[in-house]
Each structure stands twice: as C-alpha cells, then as structure tokens.
Design a protein around this ligand. Structure first.
Ligand code: ADP
Ligand code: MG
Length: 385
C-alpha cells in the first residue's frame, strides 16, 4: 500500500489540482470564469463556468483609461479595485456552481484589464488588484502574466497558443484556432507539432463601438445590424490600408491602435455611407484580416475553430467562411471549438487557469516562436492568500 502511494506521488505532477481562470479581454463586456481540474497527461476537466458583467460605470472607467488622461494613476487604481470586486463575485459563483471550497483551489489565474500594451517600449499594463482579490477570495492569485515575456523581448501576446496546442493540437492535420474577442488572434497548430500565433486585427472592439454609437446597445446581437447593410469595398480597402495588417508576425495589438479615433480618421470621406453599411464593412474587415493571415501562414489548414464572443455572431462566422473561400483557402470548414469539445466562451479563461498551473509548477507558459521572446519563461506573479 505504502509502495503504491509512493508510486502515485511520483507520477503526480506538482501542478495538479483545481484552478480558476478569469479572463476579461479588450471587449470589456465582463469577466469569463472557469473552474477546472488539471491532471498531468489528462484532458482538463471543467467543473464550473461563470460570467460576471461589468456595470456601465466600470466599463466607462476602463474605456477612458485606454488613452492618456488626467489623474490616471488614481483612476487606474480605483478601477483595479472595482475589477477585483467583480473578479471576486465570479470566484464565489465558481465555488458555488462547482460545489468547491476555497481550500480546494490551488490558484486563480487572473488576467486583469489591459490599459496599455507597448511591448516595443518594454511594457504592457494589465490593471487589477490581485492583493485585494486574494483577500476577498482566500485563494492564491496569479497575475501579470505578460510582463515577463515582454521583459525577455517578446510581445507578451498572444499567450493562449501554448494551451491551444495542448488541447487542440493534432498530428493528423494542421488546424487554426481563431479567437474573436475585442481583437482577433489565430493559433496555427501544424501537424508537425509546430505552433505559431499572433494578433490579426480588430474584431468586436470596433463592432461594439459602432453598435453602441448607432444602436445604443453594447453589441450587435447576432450581427443583425451588419446584415441590414452592404459591404462597401472602397471603405474596406481604406481600412485594410493600415500597416499593421501587412506586418509579419510576431505581432500584437489592442485598443492602443484600433479605437474610435482610428475608425473616425479612416471614415473621413465616407460620410455618405449608412451606419449599417459601415457595420457590414467592419464585419468584412474582421473576416478578411483573419482570412488573409490564414492564407499566408496556414494555407494547408484543414479546419478553422473559432472561440470567443465572436463565435456567437452568425453573420461574422459566415463572413469568415466567405473570406476564406475567396481568399485562396477554399473548402476549409469554419466551426466553433465546441466541435473539439470546448465551448467557445471557455477557451480563454481555461488558458489563464492553465497558465496559473504552469506558474505554480514553475514551468514556462510562453512560446518564444509565438511571442518573439528570447526564451521560455515562467509567467506571472503570485499573491498568496
Ligand atoms: N450573440 C452575440 N452576437 C454578436 N456578438 C456577440 C454575441 N455574444 C457575444 N458577442 C460579442 O462578443 C464580445 C465578447 O467576447 P469575448 O470573447 O468576451 O471578448 P474579450 O475576450 O475581448 O472580452 C461582446 O462584446 C460582443 O461583441
Ligand atoms: Mg469578454
């Protein structure tokens, strides 16, 4: 018996256990949470999921912090406290839904909210208050996942490809995982085992902005607004003129570039278009910018698996399919990650739970081939409970 236990201990991995992952991305809609059990060599087992939306006041505070402004240190700190409170609500919901106690959870991987992303200047800032979250949730918190990658010369993004490779990779075919959050990013999982990944451009960040401005709603539900308009090719060409789209990987972007100011600048000369036509064109921009990168970097892919909130936008999914058809990668089916057993809204929070596990185990979380970092690094800072 004792010998068997010893054997079991040896095969156990020091990162094994239950983790929470909390992801709030550039859409700033709220926080997606997951409770998951990792056991070395096994598929992750999801125990619970939760979503906690952000009130309008917090959304506005986070939006205004995207640009330099008055008294921003205090405003960022207060927004970080408010965020920790929402994250704590999400954790309590996960404990309840998963029938778990805080003692059973090894750590929370909490992404925080990006308010500046300037890897070329050597920094990226995700605000939150991890100390407060540790205090409120009574669980170790792991935060600031991106800084170490940036410190080693990387983009600090995307960080999800390593996790994508562990759950979605196949030796039989090359696959693309495409996350449609505020920004779009793709992970190319080659049948050889090679992994690449980078940001492609704006997705829901601009779609939401335009829906908010013209419908007074936080997003264009199922893409109905876009479907009521027509794609305007000259505007699409003007939008695609942005140099970021032609930049080779590694590359990452955010609201630093793709924001209201960027869009308003590009719309000069197109004032006669209806708001619905602009929305239809922004859908096409998202689809074409992703499809072009797939064509360039994953021409041999057999399927595209979409995750993130954009997977719920039927019109956007159809546009992506159409852009691939006309873009030289015809016949490639576009599905959600549900087809691989993971619901699209769970992928990003699962990735941050996984990164927390890697930090606990002192194992690297980045892929230098993806981010451009000098080497593999253990990511995150630990705030003990
Ligand atoms: N039913 C829907 N129809 C259209 N868009 C949707 C729908 N559900 C979610 N979304 C979009 O998904 C976004 C949230 O996606 P998410 O993956 O959480 O992004 P992020 O990681 O940037 O927060 C929303 O802001 C919205 O634009
Ligand atoms: Mg979100």
């Amino acid at each position: 018996m004792a010998a068997r236990d010893a054997q079991k201990d040896e095969s156990a991995h020091r990162g094994d256990g239950v983790y929470f992952g909390l992801m709030s991305g550039t859409s700033m809609d709220g926080v997606d949470g997951i409770a998951v059990r990792f056991e070395h060599g096994q598929r992750p087992v999801v125990l619970a999921e939760a979503f906690v939306g952000f009130a309008q006041g917090l959304r506005e505070a986070l939006f205004s912090l995207q640009q330099p402004g008055e008294n921003e240190i205090e405003r960022a700190s207060l927004a970080g406290n408010a965020l920790a409170a929402r994250y704590a609500v999400c954790c309590h919901e996960l404990l309840r839904a998963g029938n778990l106690s805080a003692d059973e959870v090894r750590a929370i991987g909490a992404h925080g909210q990006t308010i500046r992303h300037r890897p070329e200047k050597g920094f990226t800032v995700q605000i939150q208050n991890p100390a407060l979250l540790a205090e409120l949730a009574h669980i170790d918190v792991i935060a600031d996942f991106r800084s170490r990658d940036v410190a080693s010369g990387g983009q600090g993004a995307p960080l999800v490809p390593a996790f994508h490779a562990t759950v979605f990779g196949s030796h039989e075919d090359t696959r693309v995982v495409c996350n449609l959050g505020g920004i779009s990013n793709i992970t190319v999982l080659s049948s050889t085992g090679a992994v690449r990944g980078f940001d492609c451009g704006p997705a829901n960040a601009l779609l939401d902005l335009w829906a908010e401005r013209h419908l007074g709603k936080p997003y264009d539900e199922n893409g109905q607004f876009a479907a009521s308009g027509n794609l305007h090719q000259p505007l699409l060409n003007a939008l695609l003129g942005e140099p970021f789209f032609e930049q080779p990987p590694p590359k990452s972007t955010g609201r630093d570039l793709f924001n209201a100011q960027w869009l308003d600048e590009k719309l000069k000369g197109f004032e006669s278009l209806t708001p619905a036509d602009v929305q239809a064109t922004l859908v096409a921009l998202t689809a074409v910018s992703v499809a072009r990168e797939i064509e360039r970097h994953a021409g041999d892919c057999r399927a595209v698996y979409v995750c993130g909130g954009g997977a719920r936008n039927r019109v956007l999914m159809e546009a992506l399919h159409k852009a691939l058809e006309t873009g030289g990668v015809a016949g490639v089916p576009v599905m959600t990650t549900e087809a691989l057993g993971v619901p699209p809204q769970q992928v990003e929070p699962l990735a941050f739970a996984w990164l927390a596990m890697r930090c606990v185990a002192r194992e690297p979380g980045n892929l230098p081939a993806v981010t451009g970092a000098a080497g593999e690094r253990v990511l995150g800072a630990i705030y003990p409970r």
